[in-house]
Design a protein. Structure first.
Length: 601
């Protein structure tokens, strides 16, 4: 893991790594050299032998200058560390987002474990590589400092060196334990943190605000948010408590070592075995070794903790693809798309959602897909877009299994409006242009798509036309007004997004009209009918009147196709379609009759 983090640092900026290590080497060796020169100076000053004034002046100046150089170097090293940290962070984040974008299907975004891995990886991508580098640099610097002082201490009094070494080992083990405990606690708490984020977001979400206020659900959500916050706070207090205990014990141990050293050195000086200069060197050595050591240990503790998380970053980077990609780009659709005995379920323990679907979507035909809630219509659409692969059976594009086709190229041939479409906090132009990013600058094409979705006039009338932000989230100034659209207007923007791909071989519309007013629905339907004629399209809708003109209507029930044919044929059969259609028609007739009664009576 450490190697992985260091490799990332090296790849981000090899020059930076070398520079940092060189700086660490020089600044690591300086304290021992300065202290040694200090010893010579003190011995010269208090010694009985006559020493030239020149030598004393040179030594005194050198001690002062080296001290200043050390301070200057540590400032330069700090700056180099910041620059290096930024470079590493950028590389790590760049790779992380690329990896997330590389997931072809939806499973990684639905699996809570993968979600946790992504969250932890995101967190550690920011910290771990920079921290490991800092640790490596601090280790080099401290190792050089400690080696220098240990060498001198060893020369004058070997038992002292052993004592120092013992403290190093105890402190290292203590810090590691603290860090491991902290990392385990973070891992345990991750789902609670996720819950806490969720409730906090919910409490401030504009869309949730209405229901929460109307239903009086605020206190309940607030209670849950605070409860999860309390859980995570208790866990971090426990970690801090253990950390403090270890730090206190280590500080006491260090003080004991320093006291023992002080007594022993004073004794040695009194007996005339070592000079006063050597004593100053000793005292500095103990303080410097302990200082360097505690610096490394603090870094070690932090590094171990972030490295535990960095494991998630590496795990994410190494995670196998959720869907295999095919090598060939699909040719324009010639004959049609075929579902061959397709079986699908969302998880190995989940119920089957599609159970042996056999279906042909002939090229150039408008197909309607009908079924009660939960019948599997949206799932069928998702399989067609290859967000998942069937567990059994095949989906064929002109006879070729879509699993053998390039996922990106296949999707390029499909235009879709999803039932749960996105509303982006971006400009109106971006909101439509995102449907075909290469057309983002082609306002004419964007307006044409908007016109077909019956939303051009609304967007043109916005304060800054198509450049108006459809949100109030990212506004820079009060003058730069954003706009909020209604549900039906958003639906038309989403529709325009999919209509932008005029070259798509297959147009899929999953409930494109559920939020439209009757007049807008009629207008949109007329344009859609025109747009769909001669193209292959799949329209999923509960408004059966919208499907009357379809060439073929397919009825899905419990993941099976139970009927298919044209509207009139299905009505005459008196099956599920006829039942659904009559239930809807009855609703209108009932409403009309009640209206008549009221007017009449
Ligand atoms: N991501 C998912 N993970 C697990 N189960 C899912 C997922 N999406 C849908 N399901 C389940 O699959 C079944 C079919 O859902 P689907 O959305 O395909 O139905 P639908 O026919 O489109 O329904 P509706 O008319 O309500 O939109 C449902 O029982 C649903 O709970």
């Amino acid at each position: 893991m450490t190697a992985g983090a260091l490799r990332l640092g090296w790849q981000a900026s090899p020059l930076g790594v070398v520079g940092q290590l060189l700086l660490a080497l020089v600044s690591g060796v300086l304290p021992a050299v300065t202290s040694y020169l200090g010893k010579l100076l003190v011995d010269d000053l208090v010694g009985r032998a006559a020493v030239s004034g020149g030598r004393i002046a040179v030594l005194a100046a050198a001690v002062a200058l080296l001290g200043g150089l050390g301070t200057a170097l540590s400032s330069v090293a700090g700056f180099a560390g910041t620059v290096m940290g930024r470079a590493v962070n950028l590389t790590a984040q760049d790779r992380l987002y690329r990896r997330i974008n590389d997931f072809r299907g939806l499973r990684p975004f639905e699996d809570p474990q993968t979600q946790d891995t992504i969250r932890l990886a995101e967190q550690s991508a920011q910290d771990a590589p920079r921290q490991v580098l800092e640790f490596a640099v601090a280790t080099v610097r401290s190792a050089v400092t400690i080696a220098g002082f240990l060498g001198t201490v060893l020369v004058f009094w070997p038992p002292m060196a052993l004592l120092l070494l013992g403290t190093i080992v105890v402190a290292a083990v203590g810090q590691l334990k603290v860090a491991q405990h902290a990392a385990a606690s973070t891992k345990r708490m991750i789902s609670t943190v996720r819950r806490q984020f969720f409730y906090r977001q919910l409490l401030t979400d504009r869309r949730a605000a209405m229901e929460i206020r109307l239903f009086g659900a605020g206190p309940m959500l607030h209670g849950r948010a605070v409860e999860s916050l309390r859980e995570t706070s208790d866990a971090s207090v426990a970690v801090a408590r253990r950390n403090t205990l270890v730090q206190v014990l280590l500080a006491l141990l260090a003080a004991a070592v320093a006291a023992a050293a002080g007594v022993a050195i004073a004794h040695q000086v009194r007996q005339g075995r070592i000079t006063i200069g050597a004593m100053t060197l000793f005292t500095t050595a103990v303080a410097s070794v302990q200082g360097a050591l505690s610096g490394v240990l603090i870094q070690l503790g932090r590094t171990d903790e972030v490295l535990q998380h960095f494991g998630h970053y590496l795990a994410l980077m190494r995670m196998p693809q959720d869907l295999p990609d095919g090598p060939t780009a699909p040719a324009p659709l010639r004959s049609g798309i075929t579902f061959e005995d397709v079986w699908f379920r969302y998880g190995p323990d989940s119920p089957w959602v599609l159970q042996g679907v056999d279906l042909v979507l002939p090229r150039g035909q408008a197909i309607g897909l009908v079924g009660v809630n939960g019948a599997g219509k949206s799932t069928l659409v998702k399989l067609l877009c290859r967000f998942y692969d069937p567990e059994r059976g095949r989906i064929l594009w002109d006879g070729t299994d879509i699993r053998t086709l390039s996922v990106a190229e296949l999707r390029r041939r499909i235009g879709v409006t999803f039932q749960d479409f996105m509303t982006y906090d971006m400009s109106a132009r971006d909101n439509i242009g995102v449907g075909s990013p290469e057309l983002l600058t082609d306002l004419d094409r964007i307006r044409d798509a908007a016109a077909r979705a019956d939303i051009d006039a609304t967007l043109t009338a916005l304060p800054r036309g198509y450049d108006t932000l459809l949100s109030r989230v990212f506004l820079d100034s009060k003058k730069d007004k954003g706009a909020l659209l209604s549900g039906g207007q958003w639906q038309r923007v989403a529709l325009a997004r999919s209509l932008l791909r005029t070259s798509a071989d297959l147009l899929i519309l999953d409930e494109p009209n559920s939020g439209l007013d009757p007049l807008a629905e009629r207008r949109v339907h007329r344009t859609l009918d025109r747009h769909r004629s001669g193209r292959t399209s799949l329209l999923v809708s509960h408004r059966l009147s919208a499907l009357r003109g379809a060439d073929l209507i397919v009825v899905l029930a419990e993941g099976r196709i139970v009927e298919q044919g044209a509207h009139e044929l299905l009505l005459s059969r008196g099956g599920l379609y006829a039942e659904l259609f009559e239930a809807q028609a009855e609703g209108y007739q009932y409403a009309a009759a009640r209206g008549g009664e009221r007017i009449g009576g």
